[in-house]
Design a protein around this ligand. Sequence first.
Ligand code: SF4
Ligand code: SF4
Length: 231
Amino acid sequence: MIVAEQKPLDEIKEMLSPYDKVLVMGCGTCVTVCFSGGTKEASVLASMLRMSARLDGAPKQVDEVTVQRQCEWEYLDTVKDQVAAYDAVLSLGCGIGVQAIAEHFKATHVLPGQNTAFLGLPTEQGVWEERCAACGDCILDVTGGICPIARCAKQLLNGPCGGSQAGECEIDPDVPCVWQLIWERATELGQVERLLEVQPAKDWKTSRDGGPRKIVREDLRQVSLDLDEHL
Ligand code: SF4
Ligand code: SF4
């Protein structure tokens, strides 16, 4: 899932200072699951902003709404009249949600209420950890399902650096060296031979280094164009 964290209240208040009527918009998908931007969080934040504005002697109208997914036009369409009635929308979606609102409602001021952090996994109650950096060319088959791109500070592809000590990463003793984890897993699976093959330099053009990425599925696109023609 996409993992995000709400911005500090003071930062949000500062962003909202030019606006009198604000719609806090939650998102019902990833940020709901990571407890940072769903219905409950939107409601709590809107209450805090109303109270805080009143205490500051400059009351604001702050209301909230949550859509199932901020990153799809059809869900945003369900709130278009509400959006038009406010000076600004404070999105509690991830950065994609914020940009979807900006792209869909061109006259609307939209602000990010969250810091979008990473693609991660809840590893225990209240803990999320990064697991994928969306490199665009997955190599988990080689590394036994453990990602050295997202989980090694140096994104090494051929074993650990000299800083790996007793299974810990040199950047932080609380971070396991991912190459230790990969080696242990390969040992359990009887696949260490695979790790001894030298991996070539990775072609990073499928990752962010190649600029903004885009996937086009012509089969799906054609079905949509055909449907539009018949409407
Ligand atoms: S190898 Fe790339 S796509 Fe696969 S998990 Fe790692 S970052 Fe994600
Ligand atoms: S100690 Fe391991 S995880 Fe940390 S940077 Fe070196 S190889 Fe990567």
